[in-house]
Write a protein of this length. Structure first.
Length: 64
């Protein structure tokens, strides 16, 4: 039986915690964000994970 090599893309590697980071704290943060109401969670993700400016967030999250 042949074993296949696992190819990890650069994109996937960029999502891994950096060396020396506190993985437990990172998991706690992701869990806490996951428990937020959807509207607040979206705002947090856009601001701190997507680096969007507050004006951009307001524009994309405002309900017409």
């Amino acid at each position: 039986m042949r074993r296949r090599k696992n190819n990890v893309s650069d994109d996937a590697l960029g999502k891994l915690p950096a060396a020396g980071t506190d993985t437990a704290a990172a998991l706690d943060l992701y869990r806490a964000i996951g428990r937020l109401p959807p509207r607040l969670k979206s705002m947090i993700l856009l601001r701190y994970f997507e680096d969007m400016k507050l004006e951009e967030i307001t524009r994309v999250t405002t309900v017409i």
